[in-house]
Design a protein around this ligand. Structure first.
Ligand SMILES: Nc1ncnc2c1ncn2[C@@H]1O[C@H](COP(=O)(O)OP(=O)(O)O)[C@@H](O)[C@H]1O
Ligand SMILES: [Mg+2]
Length: 342
């Protein structure tokens, strides 16, 4: 692993990709340190998949440079291909075969001898919670199981760099959690992960650093803490017992949080942005102080929560405009049905 740790896993500068008149990538600059999860956060159409496909040597850029572990994607594509894996692309799973058969086949194609292929397959099925489903045909898997099998197939060979392009979009919360656990296992084994996502909370949980991209450009980059500091640490949501106390609650909250308070359509609900000067617990402390001041003012609170900003709020803060999400999926609210998985 030590020889992997020299230099960044990915470096792009001024990367450009044009489809017709559409600049899918418009000067993308990325530096992804090795050995970590790096989050690329952006709405539909931002250029995430285009960037991943160029980095995996599946698509030629129209300008700029991209290197993977120091190897130029255009001049030295074989060196890049030998080090990367992309879910759902290089590892194509056959619907009519069982999960176990698929993994063993891919392991054999990668050069594992039969007993080693069985061992590695068994370990991965176990680690990914698919042991019980090992002998079922993949066409009978749920969206979440399928997504986990895809990831298992793509790490059979323990790649140095794994691209996960929106691995949880469309999954229910439980399946998302399982995929997150798997990503943590993968990175603990020394693989660098480039994770694209539309969910700030996902990038926040998993990534060491995050690049926010829009219109094919990076519009913000940093640790999750830095990013949240620049956009606000989150929003406080309060529900009162009694609607008649709302004007009082609004005064107390706006003073305690030093922020404008929004009155929701629901007559007992209020929302306020918590300023994010840096660290997360500062926001939690502020929110807690606001709660105790409500109590001190004799206002009864039924429900109180501190939520992270959604991607919409992030974009509003960074660009002054809401996301121009051209897809149909709601972006701050993962779909609840596994069947919608792409
Ligand atoms: N093969 C293609 N032909 C034409 N336009 C494309 C193609 N692939 C992507 N695009 C366009 O490029 C932009 C970026 O797309 P994409 O990289 O898929 O974004 P994301 O993955 O962030 O949703 C979008 O406007 C999309 O419509
Ligand atoms: Mg995409």
């Amino acid at each position: 692993m030590s020889e992997r740790a020299t230099g960044p896993a990915i470096e792009t500068s001024g990367l450009i990709k044009i489809f017709g008149k559409n600049r899918a990538l418009d000067g993308l600059d990325l530096t992804v340190p090795a050995g970590t999860v790096y989050g690329v956060l952006g709405p539909n159409g931002a250029g995430k998949t285009t960037a991943v496909r160029i980095l995996a040597t599946l698509l030629r850029p129209d300008g700029g440079e991209a290197r993977v572990f120091g190897h130029d994607v255009l001049r030295d594509p074989d060196a890049v291909r030998g080090r990367v894996s992309l879910t759902g692309q290089f590892a194509s799973v056959d619907e009519d075969m069982t999960g176990m058969e698929n993994l063993i086949l891919i392991a054999r194609l990668l050069g594992y001898r039969k007993p080693a292929a069985r061992d590695r397959t068994g370990q991965l099925l176990e680690a990914f919670g698919l042991t019980d489903a090992a002998d079922r045909q993949v066409k009978n898997y749920s969206g979440g199981m399928r997504r986990r099998l895809d990831i298992a197939a793509s790490i059979l060979s323990t790649p140095e760099l794994l691209f996960l392009d929106e691995p949880t979009t469309g999954l229910d919360p439980r399946s998302r959690n399982q995929v997150w656990d798997i990503i943590r296992i993968v990175v603990a084994q020394g693989t660098t992960v480039l994770l694209t996502t539309q969910y700030l909370d996902e990038a926040d949980r998993l990534a060491g650093r995050i690049a926010v991209i829009d219109h094919g450009k990076v519009i913000a980059e940093g640790t999750p803490g830095q990013l949240k500091a620049s956009v606000g640490a989150g929003s406080v949501h309060v529900r009162l017992r009694d609607a008649s106390q709302r004007p009082g609650a609004e005064r107390v909250l706006s003073k305690a949080l030093d922020a404008p308070v929004q009155l929701e359509a629901d007559p007992v609900a209020l929302t306020a942005r918590v300023a994010g000067e840096g660290i997360e617990h500062a926001a939690a402390e502020r929110a807690a102080r606001a709660l105790s001041e409500l109590a001190a003012a004799g206002i009864t609170v039924d429900d109180f929560s501190l939520g992270q900003p959604s991607l919409d709020e992030v974009f509003l803060a960074l660009t002054g405009a809401p996301t121009r999400n051209d897809g149909l999926a709601p972006i701050d609210n993962p779909a609840t049905s596994e069947e919608t998985a792409a």
